[in-house]
Design a protein around this ligand. Structure first.
Ligand SMILES: [Ca+2]
Ligand SMILES: [Ca+2]
Length: 111
């Protein structure tokens, strides 16, 4: 069992053309899931970062980290997925890069 700790989300390039995204994250493990924030989203513009307030989830094996941009009229945009391995402890950075969209998520895996 390991703990995934979310530290910070950095927007290098947002998805929305008005230059501000409404970002949220979904973590999916073998037996549970977590949405950060629980409701709503983080307003985030180009070159801004938001604290993920050390939100944590316990997991075994692999955890999937998915990033979304919430949109009010059409469906939310899926900005990519990364996998974190419970055997690889320590700090790291996940990259979400997709056609003009670029995010980095700082995290840490602890035991
Ligand atoms: Ca969008
Ligand atoms: Ca949006």
């Amino acid at each position: 069992m390991a703990t995934l700790k979310l530290i910070e989300l950095l927007c290098i390039d947002p998805e929305d053309t008005d230059m501000k995204d409404e970002a949220y994250i979904r973590i999916i493990t073998t037996d549970r899931s977590l949405r950060v924030p629980t409701a709503g989203s983080f307003p985030i513009a180009k070159s801004q970062s938001v604290s993920l307030k050390n939100n944590t989830i316990n997991f075994t094996g692999k955890a999937e980290v998915r990033l979304f941009d919430q949109d009010s009229v059409d469906a939310d945009d899926f900005l990519g997925t990364n996998t974190v391995d419970s055997s690889k402890t320590g700090a790291g950075k996940l990259k979400f890069i997709k056609s003009g969209v670029n995010y980095e998520l700082k995290y840490e895996v602890v035991r």
